[in-house]
Write a protein that binds this ligand. Structure first.
Ligand code: GAR
Length: 261
């Protein structure tokens, strides 16, 4: 039998997904346990949920760090390689003004080095983003993803990716007049919500639905989907596969996808 999966979690808000994962661990629907919960937001209710279950928590105050970094009051992490980070990141478009991209990756890397310091206190196998509303840079991702064959950071997104990446998946789905909404669990790569898809669930959107009812239906699907995907990881049933497709127009398309066994 595989040893229990050690799960680290990052949250920014209410933490209902975190709660679903905690409950699934306690009910043994996930063969694992949460070893820490970190947040960028000191007021995140998810931290209270963790504490109630005896899970260690910590906060890295991103807002304050980003402000101080803009004022150039903070040193870069000693092991930070700006060129490498700029080359790899594709959260911000390649044609964005350089000073903006530099400010973005430097300030996030400073915050991320603090996250990594906190996380180092609690050995973990998988990091789950459960409503963590910060983009991660290659600096952080490369330090967590140490096995090139199996990524170690998962995210849940409130839309059927690749549609509607970003911060308001259900809002974008609603405003677009979609007939179906959904949620996606994926591995995190260097882009925004662009990593290989592990699982998706969907729900119908009816004429009488509002943004509120869509969010409610969506969250109910998230609470089922996230534990399911984490358990597939715990059982070693996920692997990455690189696929090449040739299109009718002669173009080649390469994609890394998740195969579930
Ligand atoms: C969830 O809907 C999750 O999909 C979304 O934030 C919400 C967090 O709810 N995440 C993102 O938008 C990430 N880009 P919760 O705090 O109750 O789990």
């Amino acid at each position: 039998m595989k040893p229990a999966l050690r799960i680290g979690a990052l949250v920014s808000g209410g933490g209902t997904n975190l709660q679903a994962i905690i409950d699934a661990c306690e009910a043994e629907r996930i063969s694992g346990k949460i070893v820490f919960v970190g947040s960028d937001n000191p007021d995140a209710f998810g931290l209270n949920r963790a504490q109630k279950h005896g899970i260690p928590t910590f906060v890295v105050p991103y807002r304050e760090i980003i402000r101080q970094s803009r004022e150039k009051r903070l040193a870069w992490p000693g092991d930070f390689d700006l060129e490498d980070c700029l080359k790899k990141q594709h959260v911000l478009p390649k044609d964005a003004p350089t000073h903006r991209v530099v400010q973005f990756v430097v300030s996030r890397a400073i915050a991320e080095s603090r996250l990594l310091d906190e996380m180092a206190k609690y050995p973990f196998d998988l990091l789950v983003l459960a409503g963590f509303m910060r983009n991660l840079t290659p600096y952080f991702i490369d330090r967590v993803n140490t096995d090139p064959l199996l990524p170690a950071i998962m995210n849940i997104h409130p839309a059927l990716l690749p549609a509607f990446p970003g911060t308001d998946g259900y809002g974008d789905t609603f405003r677009h007049g979609c007939r179906v909404g959904g949620c996606t669990v994926h591995f995190v790569d260097y882009g925004e919500d662009s990593g290989p898809i592990i699982g998706q669930r969907c729900f119908p959107i009816l004429p009488e639905d509002t943004l509120e009812t869509i969010k409610k239906k969506g969250l109910e699907q998230e609470w089922i989907l996230y534990p399911e995907c984490i358990q597939a990881y715990a059982e070693g049933r996920l692997r990455l596969e690189r696929r090449t497709h040739s299109l009718d127009n002669g173009r080649m398309v390469e994609r890394t996808v998740v195969v579930r066994e």
